[in-house]
Design a protein around this ligand. Structure first.
Ligand SMILES: [Zn+2]
Length: 249
């Protein structure tokens, strides 16, 4: 698989890639649980672009700038909002002397080669709009809370298992929409920060209440809505609203 296709695959996809090593970062270590493992980042490049590949354990310090290497099995991981590749337990590598696909790849690391996972398309319909209370504990990443049987005012977090009074919780929301890209249409979700970005781009009001009927109606009025974004695990992130094309009559 070429690097652009690999990096544009969903988080956790297993991929086979090959490329020219164009950068090798100093060896480092990472703690996972009670173990300390050797760790290193290399930059792999082919004719479609370049990507960071994290290598672990015995693979650290095996690679040199300029080498052509094949990785029959590594994995796509979402890291700090961008995708990269990582070896996994059982990953192997194969040094290549020459490779027709990599002959013309320069040995320079050029940041403009980094594969861009931004996509653009149009939000054409809202299937569901769900405002809810989410966990105030930052580590829970706004997990949706559920009510406890017989008590409407105490909320339970399924992640941290703590109970909260409704007034201590965050107001959060999720919308499920149809997103069209060319002739493809898919169902994706977006959460409050992205919905707010859309509203800020389109409405002059600084804040719009989070009451469901108002928000839903306001959102509907914006459709169809052209945006660019990253889609990870069927969730839209890093949305930017495209400026409406000027009508040149
Ligand atoms: Zn929680």
């Amino acid at each position: 698989m070429d690097l652009a296709a690999a990096v544009n695959s969903p988080d956790k996809t297993a991929v086979a890639v090959k490329g020219k090593i164009v950068n090798v970062s100093p060896a480092d270590t990472r703690s996972t649980g009670d173990k300390v493992i050797d760790y290193q980042e290399v930059t792999l490049k082919d004719s479609t672009g370049s990507s960071t590949l994290a290598v672990w354990g015995d693979m650290v310090n095996q690679f040199e700038k300029g080498s052509l290497v094949k990785f029959p099995r590594c994995r796509v991981r979402l890291f700090n909002k961008s995708k990269r590749l990582t070896t996994v337990p059982g990953s192997t590598y194969e040094m290549m002397n020459a490779d027709d696909d990599l002959n013309d790849v320069s040995s320079d690391e050029d940041l403009s080669d980094v594969v861009d996972t931004t996509t653009s398309g149009t939000i054409v319909a809202i299937l569901e709009f769900d405002p809810y209370l989410s966990c105030p504990n930052r580590a829970c990443n706004n997990k949706k809370l559920s009510t406890i049987k017989d008590d409407k005012f105490v909320m339970l977090c399924p992640t941290c298992k703590k109970k909260y009074g409704a007034s201590a919780c965050n107001n959060y929301a999720r919308a499920t929409v149809f997103f069209n890209q060319g002739d493809q249409s898919k169902k994706v979700s977006l959460f409050k920060p992205e919905i707010q970005k859309i509203f800020q781009a389109k409405y002059s009001e600084p804040t719009i209440g989070w009451e469901k009927p108002t928000l839903f109606k306001k959102f509907l009025e914006l459709l169809p809505l052209q945006v660019t974004c990253n889609i990870e695990n069927s969730t839209m992130r890093n949305i930017t609203v495209k400026r409406a094309a000027t009508n040149c009559s």
